[in-house]
Design a protein around this ligand. Structure first.
Ligand SMILES: Nc1ncnc2c1ncn2[C@@H]1O[C@H](COP(=O)(O)OP(=O)(O)OP(=O)(O)O)[C@@H](O)[C@H]1O
Length: 264
């Protein structure tokens, strides 16, 4: 469903700050793959997701989604097919709009907005049920401005919005890293539920190695702009954190250098 072929990206080419972030990445995701992504500091994890989303143009390589070359589509054009949740809970929602208005906007993602983008009478009754499953009491606060919500509530809402129109691919970039442990666990549980219920295909960057092993059917490890380890099925399920650290050192030639990963 998603195929990256020889994807390369260098930032600030030709300057003293030149940095090669991705080096010839080849990666194929099958329908329904839920892939966790781990790696060292600056390994290229966020860049990988940003390149798929069209945030930066490719230097070389091809990105295909369902057999269609999307390499030249703009970020806005790709947004039609993608759901995204970032680390920062402030990014995915509009603070000065109501919860119900945010949901209505998410529902219209990829459609022409025209004049009638406002919340329709028909759709309003659908939202309390959707919100109730978050278990955060938002179902009784449809008209509240999103800016009044906590970070965790906002992130849960962002997840709901990112998956409302069944994206072809869900991109999660450390989406629970800024939340307190209890809220992070809740948002992760929701993530897992939504992905498995809707059989979504997803890429989730995490610095938590235990989560990376526990969640999803496949795990990739990145170092220096490359995918250095790709494991799935029973082999993935039986992994331990020491196995991952050993694997990293074995393939990369030096110990894993991600402070947040080692601390989590
Ligand atoms: N917009 C940008 N401009 C310049 N350099 C960038 C940009 N985005 C990323 N980089 C550089 O590219 C490299 C890969 O960064 P990236 O954010 O993808 O790593 P990461 O694996 O997500 O790291 P971390 O776990 O530390 O967040 C880093 O050296 C980073 O400084």
């Amino acid at each position: 469903m998603l195929r990256l072929s020889h994807v390369t990206k260098t930032f600030n080419k030709g300057t003293v700050t030149e940095k090669r972030a991705l080096t010839g990445v080849d990666l194929t995701l099958n329908d329904g793959d839920f892939v966790t992504v781990i790696g060292g500091n600056g390994a290229g994890k966020s860049t990988l997701l940003n390149m798929i989303a069209g945030v930066y143009p490719l230097d070389s390589g091809v990105i295909e989604l369902d057999g269609k070359d999307i390499s030249r589509l703009t970020e806005a054009q790709r947004a039609r097919y993608l759901g995204r949740v970032f680390q920062d809970p402030m990014r995915g929602t509009a603070a000065d709009m109501q919860i119900v208005e945010n949901l209505a906007l998410a529902r219209r993602r990829g459609k022409r907005r025209g004049l009638a983008w406002g919340v329709t009478k028909d759709e309003r009754p659908e939202y309390p049920e959707l919100l109730a499953r978050l278990g955060l009491g938002l179902e009784s606060r449809l008209d509240a401005k999103v800016g009044l919500l906590s970070g965790g509530q906002r992130q849960a809402l962002t997840l709901l919005m990112a998956t409302l129109t069944e994206p072809k691919l869900l991109l999660l970039d450390e989406h629970t890293a800024a939340l307190d442990p209890k809220t992070a666990a809740k948002v992760l549980e929701l993530t897992e539920e939504i992905i498995s219920e809707r059989r979504l295909t997803a890429l989730m960057v995490t610095h938590n190695m235990t989560d990376a092993i526990r969640l999803g059917n496949r795990l990739i490890m990145m170092a220096d702009g490359r995918v250095i380890y790709d494991v799935s099925g029973d082999e993935k399920k039986s992994l331990t954190v020491p196995d991952l650290l050993r694997k990293f050192e074995e393939v990369n030639g030096s110990a894993l250098d991600n402070d947040r990963m080692l601390l989590s």
